[in-house]
Design a protein around this ligand. Structure first.
Ligand code: CAA
Length: 379
């Protein structure tokens, strides 16, 4: 067993850290305040390989794996969780199902442009009536000669209005629940694809979240990803990777909280000394650090198992559960350590607290992660 990152992984981590500190951190608050989608940052991130981390080199990607992606996402999210989720969705929910289930034609058509960041990907599973109960989705894809015609509504779709393609799940048969669902790559300039207004959110405000509708949206049969009626497994196995991405996001937010808290507690003087000298503060910092390290170990393990292509369903859910609760714990403690200052927009910790909240909700709530974990250990 080796707990050290390899030389290559350390270099990737350092590259991402430098990029995040130099390019993202200075603009993160402003992007968030104005709700500006991070187009400019994506343009700068693409040449570093961050838009196509998992895409094989033959399709123009970085040809790296989930551990490398996790390391990059941690660093990016340390600076900006909106940019972080944009890249997490691009890599783990957008490119990964095409890499794993796509035909040669689909890979050639989409992956090179996704790697350069020219093509943004989104993922549409959730509907107004189906969130945690994903298999209850009702959107339909009716076969019509050599086309499918899609109808239905998808909710809370991250970057659904910015994407060039959306991975969409729809019902192709009357078979119940998970059995009759298929997966499609839908190009967003297809007539009948409608992106609704941007949602007004608590956090990650520079990432866009929209409702999308399919109104007799006719796509070619070649848009089918994987086999007909086998789409639910694609949805779930893709989310196993996505959950590692959100675990990484959570760790990044938690680290930012700890760094800000260490800095502030060394500077802020009360009762004649910096508050870092008081055990009440030290215990908070110690607890934050310990939970972050535990989250990292679970997340790296899940990422490495995904890279080895061995069963990692349990690992991905444990990583997301641990890391997202850690992010929220650390954000709350960071605001507490900052006291009144932590409640103001002058300091970044109020943003971290708002951003952390979503990590316990999207890509499977903490309750769903516990359900997946329990099912795995009960057999
Ligand atoms: N990998 C592969 N296959 C899987 C799987 C996995 N991880 N999990 C389940 N399956 C298969 C099962 O083996 C089963 O197949 P068989 O019928 O052949 O046995 C089939 O899928 C159905 O599985 P379940 O019976 O377990 O399905 P269920 O209806 O009980 O649901 C669930 C399981 C875990 C609750 C699932 O619905 C779930 O994960 N819900 C949460 C949804 C979610 O995470 N949504 C996130 C939306 S995307 C997002 O948030 C993106 C963003 O904004 C950033």
């Amino acid at each position: 067993m080796d707990f050290e990152l390899s030389e290559e992984m350390r270099m990737i981590q350092e590259t991402a850290r430098n990029f995040a500190d130099k390019e993202i951190a200075p603009v993160a608050s402003e992007l968030e305040r104005n709700g500006t989608f991070p187009h400019e940052l994506l343009k700068k991130a693409a040449p570093l390989g961050f838009c196509g981390m998992l895409i094989p080199e033959e399709y123009g990607g970085a040809g790296l794996g989930n551990l490398a992606l996790s390391l990059v996402l941690i660093e990016i999210n340390r600076a900006c969780a909106s940019t972080g989720v944009t890249l997490s969705v691009q890599n783990s929910l957008g490119t990964s199902p095409i890499i794993k289930y796509g035909t040669e034609e689909q890979k050639k058509k989409y992956l090179p442009r996704m790697a350069t960041g020219e093509l943004i990907g989104a993922y549409a599973l959730t509907e107004p009536g189906c969130g945690s109960d994903a298999a209850a989705l009702t959107a339909t894809a009716r076969k019509d000669g050599d086309h499918y015609v899609l109808n239905g509504v998808k909710s809370w779709i991250t970057q659904g209005d910015e994407a060039g393609i959306v991975i969409v799940y729809a019902r192709t048969s009357d078979a119940p629940k998970a059995k009759g669902i298929s997966c499609f790559i839908v190009e967003t300039d297809t007539p009948g694809f409608v992106a609704g207004k941007k949602e007004d959110k608590l956090g990650i405000r520079a990432s866009s979240t929209v409702e999308i509708r399919f109104e007799d949206c006719k796509v070619p049969a070649s848009a089918l990803l994987g086999e007909e009626n086998k789409g639910f497994k694609i949805a779930m196995s893709t989310l196993d990777g996505g959950r590692i991405g959100i675990a990484s996001q959570s760790i990044g937010i938690a680290e930012a909280c700890l760094e800000a808290s260490i800095k502030y507690s060394k500077e802020r003087v009360q009762f004649g000394k910096p508050i870092a000298h008081f055990q009440a503060i030290q215990w908070k910092l110690a607890e934050m650090k310990t939970r972050i390290e535990a989250s990292k170990l679970l997340t790296y393990k899940a990422a490495m198992k995904r890279d080895l292509d061995v069963d990692h369903v349990l690992d991905a859910s444990m990583a997301k559960l641990m890391s997202s609760t850690t992010a929220n714990f650390c954000a709350r403690e960071a605001v507490q350590i900052h006291g009144g200052a932590g409640y103001l927009k002058d300091f970044p910790v109020e943003r971290y607290m708002r951003d952390a909240r979503i990590t316990e909700i999207y890509e499977g709530t903490t309750e769903i992660q516990r359900l997946v974990i329990a099912r795995n250990i009960l057999g």
